[in-house]
Design a protein around this ligand. Sequence first.
Ligand code: CMC
Length: 385
Amino acid sequence: MGVLKDTGQIEYSRGLEGVIAALSSISAIDGTQGKLIYRGIPIEALAKYSTYEETSYLLLYGELPTKENLEKFEREMRELRNLPEKVEECLKELPPDPHPMDILKVAVAHAALYDPDRQRACREGVMRKVIRIIAQIPTIIAYYHRTRSGKEVVPPDPELGHAANFLYMLHGKRPDEEEAKIFDVALILHAEHGLNASTFAAMVTASTLSDINSAIVSAIGALKGPLHGGANERVLKMLDEIGSADKAEEYVHNALKEKRRIMGFGHRVYKTYDPRARILKEYAEYLSNKYNDRKYIEIGEKIEEIMIRELGKKGIFPNVDFYSGIVYHFLGIPRDLFTPVFAMARSVGWAAHVCEYTQNNRIFRPRAYYIGPEYVEYNPIEQRR
Ligand code: CMC
């Protein structure tokens, strides 16, 4: 019967903690030192010197592009931003109240039906599909948001880079250079993070030799949850609930007493400060001062102080989702778009892992340890009570 119980010995890792499920040369996390590298390059350097487009190229192709290759890649991203007409029409018909992550899931799946490279399974065809997905996700998010707000959609501007163009399509006006740079950094910091739940979901789907679009749809579904990408939106909700820094102590105290989680804290791999949160905190601080609106940052910093004091010894520190929401707030991004924006950034990480894993593919097929009864006689329905 293959009941594992018979073997007497099991190796079981709840939530697959510590399990190495793949070899990868895309990124590495040092969870005790709080370090993150993409293809060997520290994220601090990428945040300072790179762009989302250049970092995407690095993640997908394994090395920084030459000037010529970067220009070609950027051109391709810009050319592929437009949505198929049917998808654009459909976005106008969709109800205004579902969570935008559900809209994103539907629209990415819908766009795949009109992908001219749909049938191409060669490396070149897959790369084209990947770049199209990365290029189209911002358009989907912005178009849906404009439509649900009763505004005309703003077509992509081919003169603008990925980050600036998204803000332009969302707000209908070009962002200034500083806003575009800050948003670009946020995208770089969210672009890749090893075998997190959504990337793993994409890899599981792709390991069956399904298509890249299905893999990305799986990932979007996984990212939506509050324990993963959905945390950023909830952080701002919590800051609003708390209202002012002097109420933070009582809020956190009660939450911990009631065994509720503080969103934006804790991580499976980092047992120290998440290096992405450090950079985002600096920008959150900067923007709070720039707009002379320090309410959120003050509450956030107070929560951080309390959490580190109470749970730091357990390895609970701010993660990427804690300060990103404050940054997005000052960039005028609506709350329920925070997680879609995470998806927009992470799409490249998902795709990079799918491409890497499927080059030496083996279907993912773990087992469950059966703890149910070994034999139960079938009871006819008439005799059941
Ligand atoms: N607030 C309060 N306690 C926490 C928190 C938190 N945010 N996170 C972990 N803990 C406690 C947890 O209660 C447990 O305590 P005990 O051992 O006494 O039962 C201990 O820390 C270990 O928790 P765990 O759930 O076993 O840890 P995990 O590795 O399975 O979960 C996590 C990691 C990120 C899901 C979790 O820390 C969490 O729920 N955080 C809040 C949600 C969040 O911010 N998610 C974003 C994660 S980072 C970006 C991303 O992936 O999208």
